[in-house]
Design a protein around this ligand. Structure first.
Ligand code: ZN
Length: 388
């Protein structure tokens, strides 16, 4: 079999029609077709959109027929570039002509060239100003790391502003590469950007100093009167004395007894300490699948403050601003669900409205939390996990 036979990319029109017809029959077409043919769902959705434009209901049947006959032999990718561009044209009465124009120029162009041409025509015909572009500015910082432990960011800026940014940092990057030819262009650009941001000087409240946290278990001791542990010889030790026996002085420490935090650091609980403790306890927002780290979250009262809930560790957990805001403060009026602690394991989790079971954040970082550590440590002997 030769490559031309193996790659049949010239049947975009036929594919689009088939996808569109399938979507007319069932709402589950995207799922069904992507599963059946092993293609990405986005490919099916694209095909349905193209099919709808070329075979669906229209007020201009003649223009649609022309577009169809001109589109014969195109790949689905090219048809999709055209279709997306046509939808972006502001003036609806000019869209049919715009489709014809793009379709006529498509055979001579690659997919990338066709997209560039379409974008350039759109900017011109939609009279896109810098003000319009500026509204589309954005920065997305992913908190989910890839297989190499790297998080990614997408920055969107008007072309002129992006060029300005490039002009600002490119010379620094070039200079760095000249000094160290092993640096890649991408690495040098990041270094230059961070240098220009004055990374070291930025006073960011979220930039908490890194502190090593050692989790200690009080295995051989029993809790005595408040603040004390009793060893097997009956001697009393303060929490701090016990911790000092095990640790160098300068570590911040969190002491779990069974699954309760009983001690933190060397001072009485204060809000910053509670925050730090809760962050260690959870690592992530309490809501399932949330990707917000706990140290970027708010301290949430499980029993609402206004309903008499106290600002103490058993009544607090960490939730990001949106999940904190969505929480049903009144348990008798279920709407979005509630953030709670599991009655036995005390792990912070989420109960859907009228839900019988708590759901927990499954982010891999949660496995490194103090709570999971303590629960795993005591699971067999002391804690009976139930699905309450
Ligand atoms: Zn959250």
């Amino acid at each position: 079999m030769n490559l031309d036979d193996a790659f049949r990319f010239d049947q975009g029109l036929e594919l689009a029609e088939a996808f569109y017809r399938a979507a007319q029959e069932t709402k589950a077409a995207v799922k069904t077709l992507s599963r059946k043919y092993g293609i990405a769902p986005v490919t099916v959705s694209t095909g349905i959109a193209v099919g709808s434009a070329l075979f669906g209901p229209t007020e201009n049947k003649a223009a649609q027929a022309t577009a169809r006959s001109l589109s014969k032999g195109f790949s689905l990718d090219k048809l999709s570039v055209i279709n997306r561009a046509v939808k972006l044209l502001n003036n609806p009465t000019k869209r049919a002509d715009f489709r014809t124009e793009l379709t006529q120029s498509a055979p001579a162009l690659t997919c990338v060239e066709l997209k560039q041409k379409a974008n350039s025509l759109l900017r011109e015909r939609n009279h896109v100003t810098r003000k319009d572009s500026w509204k589309r500015r954005g920065l997305r910082l992913s908190l989910q790391s890839d297989a190499m432990g790297v998080c990614h960011a997408t920055l969107s800026l008007p072309a002129a502003d992006m060029a300005e940014l490039n002009n600002l940092i490119y010379p620094t990057a070039r200079h760095a590469i000249n000094k160290n030819p092993n640096l890649s262009q991408e690495q040098a650009m990041v270094d230059a950007l961070l240098a220009h941001l004055g990374k070291d000087q930025i006073e960011n409240p979220l930039n908490q100093p890194k502190r090593t946290c050692i989790l200690l278990s009080a295995d051989d001791l029993k809790p005595g009167r408040d603040g004390y542990l009793i060893d097997t010889n009956g001697h009393e030790h303060t929490y701090a004395e016990f911790a000092h026996m095990k640790l160098e002085e300068d570590f911040f420490h969190v002491l779990y007894f069974k699954n309760e935090i009983i001690h933190a650091g060397r001072s009485r609980f204060a809000t910053p300490i509670q925050d730090l403790l809760l962050s260690v306890d959870q690592i992530m927002c309490a809501h399932p699948d949330c990707e917000r780290p706990a140290n970027h979250c708010q301290s949430h009262h499980i029993t609402a403050y206004k309903n008499g809930g106290e600002t103490n560790l058993p009544n607090l957990l960490k939730a990001c601003a949106p999940h904190n805001a969505a929480n049903d403060d009144d348990p008798n009026r279920p709407l979005n669900g509630r953030l709670e602690r599991h009655p036995e394991t005390k792990q912070a989790g989420y109960r859907p409205p009228n839900g019988t079971k708590l759901e927990f954040n499954k982010h891999p970082s949660v496995n490194k939390s103090g709570r999971v550590w303590a629960n795993q440590k005591y699971q067999e002997s002391d804690i009976v996990a139930t699905n309450r």
